[in-house]
Design a protein around this ligand. Structure first.
Ligand code: C5P
Length: 231
């Protein structure tokens, strides 16, 4: 075992899938139910992006990006609804802009940056267990995870959900623009050579296109319980 690998008796549940599929909602509900730690790996790429954008670091400034990645430190306190925090400050809202989403999706294609962020993500594997969501948690970050779920839904459905969410919040939105942006991020995530978005061979795949969030949560929770506590 290499020095930065934790003993595998600390259970890990990975939830991977494309943009806007509801991985975060599912992962947070499961983390609450099982009282596990939570890792939003998308927030790791987004936090790096916010810092890079603030400092004017371009996507081709590899050395500076790696330096930033090596200094990054994030927390997702349960008492704060698992929102992303840096140095005790809630930075979650600042991670959700369109500019940040686009930069994060591009910075995530750089293999040296991904490698630099591995140790930070693996530190979240702590007692009593971890539920994490992302694109490559089951394939690259925690390949030995005991439970792997790949949550999917059609691009139309994901854009529709996002559209309804924004309208309900009183934010004006264009369905066509959301659809195009989700599809562009999907293509980049699936096509990149390092850690592409793909279901792990041992993942349970859930197509949630026609499922309610309640059904997704209850069937996932039953699967986690069975894999972690009944085998
Ligand atoms: O999940 P979220 O949309 O917040 O992720 C932001 C970006 O970070 C994604 O577009 C994706 O390209 C990247 N990402 C990744 N690997 C992860 C999590 C996120 O490449 N494990």
């Amino acid at each position: 075992m290499s020095s930065n690998e934790k003993p595998m008796q600390i259970p890990v549940v990975t939830i991977d899938g494309p943009a806007g599929v509801g991985k975060g909602t599912l992962a947070k509900k499961l983390a609450q139910m099982f009282e596990f730690n939570y890792l939003d790996s998308g927030a790791v790429y987004r936090a790096l992006s916010v810092k890079a954008l603030k400092e004017g670091i371009q996507l081709y400034d590899l050395d500076q990006l790696i330096e930033l990645a090596s200094q990054l430190s994030l927390e997702f306190p349960q008492q704060e609804g698992f929102a992303a925090h840096i140095d005790g400050e809630n930075i979650d809202a600042s991670l959700r802009s369109e500019e940040c989403s686009s930069y994060a999706s591009q910075v995530a294609t750089i293999s040296e940056v991904r490698k630099e962020l591995l140790a930070l993500q693996r530190r979240f594997q702590a007692v009593p267990g971890l539920i994490g969501d992302g694109r490559d948690l089951g394939t690259v970050v925690f390949p030995q995870a005991k439970v792997k779920i790949f949550l999917d839904a059609s691009c139309e459905e994901r854009a529709q959900r996002r559209y309804k969410q924004l309208i309900a919040q009183g934010i004006s939105a264009s369905f066509g623009h959301l659809f195009d942006s989700i599809r562009a991020r999907d293509e980049r995530d699936r096509a990149r050579s390092t850690a592409p978005l793909v279901a792990a061979k041992d993942a349970m795949v859930i197509d949630s296109t026609k499922m309610s969030i309640e059904t997704v949560v209850s069937s996932s929770a039953a699967y986690v319980r069975e894999r972690l506590f009944m085998e």
